[in-house]
Design a protein. Structure first.
Length: 122
């Protein structure tokens, strides 16, 4: 839990109420929606689901080669965590983010850790 160093009206850092937060978290609901798994081999690396709900799904791609995808139901937001490579021939590096519209194929090449975010499937 993090409060982004917000300050109260008195100028002091706001206290964190960890115990109260834990009391109200529905851990069962979280488990039902994450459904994370182990990495599975895909062309150009390996991938696993990080989390998902009815609104979004996040997958982690450990890219080591060439990976292609065409999402027929959603956009794909791509966030590069580590490494570098090319997306449709254009260079990317750690910290870069880009968006692929619904229905468009994209190809990622290189060695990188990437998070792919799409609309949820639930």
């Amino acid at each position: 839990m993090y409060d982004y160093n917000r300050r109260g009206a008195d100028g002091k850092l706001r206290p964190l109420h960890v115990e109260k937060a834990v009391d109200v978290i529905n851990f069962k609901a979280f488990e039902d929606h994450t459904n994370t798994g182990t990495f599975a081999a895909v062309a150009g690396g390996r991938m696993r689901r990080l989390t998902g709900c009815k609104y979004f799904e996040c997958r982690k791609l450990d890219l080591d080669g060439t990976y292609s995808e065409k999402n027929k139901i959603s956009f794909t937001a791509i966030n590069v965590l580590k490494g570098e490579g090319k997306a449709d021939g254009k260079p990317f590096q750690a910290g870069d983010s880009f968006f692929v519209p619904y229905g468009e194929k994209f190809t990622l090449e290189g060695k990188a850790e990437i998070v792919l975010t799409t609309e949820g499937k639930e």
